[in-house]
Design a protein. Structure first.
Length: 377
């Protein structure tokens, strides 16, 4: 049974495996030092979960913020890509050392994994990540994951650890994700407004929910914001994973939030695991296709994408690539494996199957994107 309440995160029969993401604003103070005493309480909570029989994976921000202070870089080390990468290379050593030390105090072994978006977008590397995480967890290790900011560029980076946490949860088949941040959940408007109300539960992220989000990071240290957390929630909910946004400022923040039932819980919506979960979680694409209303309806009825329903193709995708499908208004409808190169799609789009052979010079495939290889969004 999937997680249905915040208290389920404390039940090992429901939540056998969880991912805890910690943001820079919580982990690093304004002088660039790790909040060691606060972090020790997080480690105590991890130890408690392990004693209850749960597996825990940590996604930890902070390397850029730590390194930037040591290098005396302005704007938290995020002024330029080169400064961010230099900051990360300095800060990551200290960050890993602190995690190793604090986990060792409770008799736990830490492992470090530095990953990029490209590692998740490549199917073989994604499977390697999954296998490594599962093996570490079987050995009783606590994996500490961070984006590899020392090498990641704009094209191959998540840009925030919220979505990284959701993809890690997919890869290790977690039941829940906890995002510790500097607010206690999602509000219907900016939380500084006096009449703002927190949403205790979200049963599916919609456009209305997205409209409530604030895209900024209040501390200036992090790279995420509520928008990134909602995108993470969408990744998680499609994979059958619950996601909670909790206030991480106090000591023992998870226990406090559970006791007070304070936070926002995003309920699982589907259970797309394995290859379909990987397709649904993809974030980088070589192109896209746009389809008419009839094709959208057909997709929702379990059909494939046929050439006749395609009205536009963009990019430079090849056969076998995963690409998104948009409706006429530009809304994301699906992601899936395309059966043709972009040039062939452009040649046959809008055409019926009996016209396509003359255009292509060979018998057309059954679909441009087969229903067995696509995921509705």
């Amino acid at each position: 049974m999937p997680i249905q309440s915040l208290l389920d995160f404390r039940d090992p029969d429901v939540c056998k495996r969880m991912v805890i993401k910690i943001g820079s604003a919580l982990l690093v103070d304004n002088s660039g030092r790790v909040e060691v005493e606060w972090l020790r309480t997080i480690v105590n909570e991890i130890w408690t979960a392990r004693e209850m029989g749960m597996d825990v994976v940590v996604v930890s921000s902070g390397s850029i913020a730590i390194g930037a202070k040591q290098l005396d870089f302005e704007q938290g080390g995020r002024r330029t890509l080169a400064e961010a990468q230099a900051s990360a290379s300095v800060g990551q050593i200290e960050l890993a050392s602190v995690w190793r030390q604090l986990l060792a105090e409770r008799g736990l072994v830490a492992a470090q994994m530095l990953l990029t978006l490209d590692d998740f977008e490549n199917r073989r590397r994604y499977l390697n990540i999954s296998a490594t995480l599962r093996r570490l967890l079987r050995s009783g290790v606590v994996p500490v994951v961070n984006e590899n900011d020392t090498i990641a560029t704009g094209e191959i980076r998540f840009g925030d650890n919220d979505r990284l946490a959701a993809r890690v949860a997919q890869a290790c088949e977690a039941d829940g994700v906890i995002l510790l941040t500097d607010v206690d959940g999602l509000y219907d408007k900016h939380p500084d407004e006096p009449d703002a109300e927190r949403l205790d539960e979200v049963d599916g992220v919609t456009q209305e929910i997205h409209d409530m989000a604030d895209g900024g990071s209040s501390s200036g240290l992090g790279s995420g914001g509520m928008t990134a957390k909602l995108l993470a929630a969408e990744i998680a909910e499609r994979a059958g994973i619950a996601l909670a946004i909790l206030n991480g400022k106090p000591e023992n923040p998870i226990a406090r939030a559970m006791a007070a039932q304070a936070g926002t819980l995003f309920l699982p919506q589907r259970d797309e695991t394995g290859r379909r979960g990987w397709i649904g979680g993809r974030m980088r694409f070589a192109g896209s296709i746009k389809v008419d209303d009839g094709c959208v309806q057909a997709l929702r009825n379990g059909k494939s994408v046929l050439a006749a329903g395609i009205i536009n193709a963009e990019g430079d995708f090849d056969r076998g690539d995963i690409i998104p499908v948009y409706d006429i208004a530009g809304n994301l409808v699906a992601k899936g494996l395309v059966e043709y190169d972009v040039s062939d799609v452009e040649a046959i789009m809008g055409k019926q199957s009996n016209e396509q052979e003359a255009i292509l010079g060979h018998a057309p495939r059954s679909a441009v994107m087969h229903r067995d290889h696509l995921v509705l969004m």
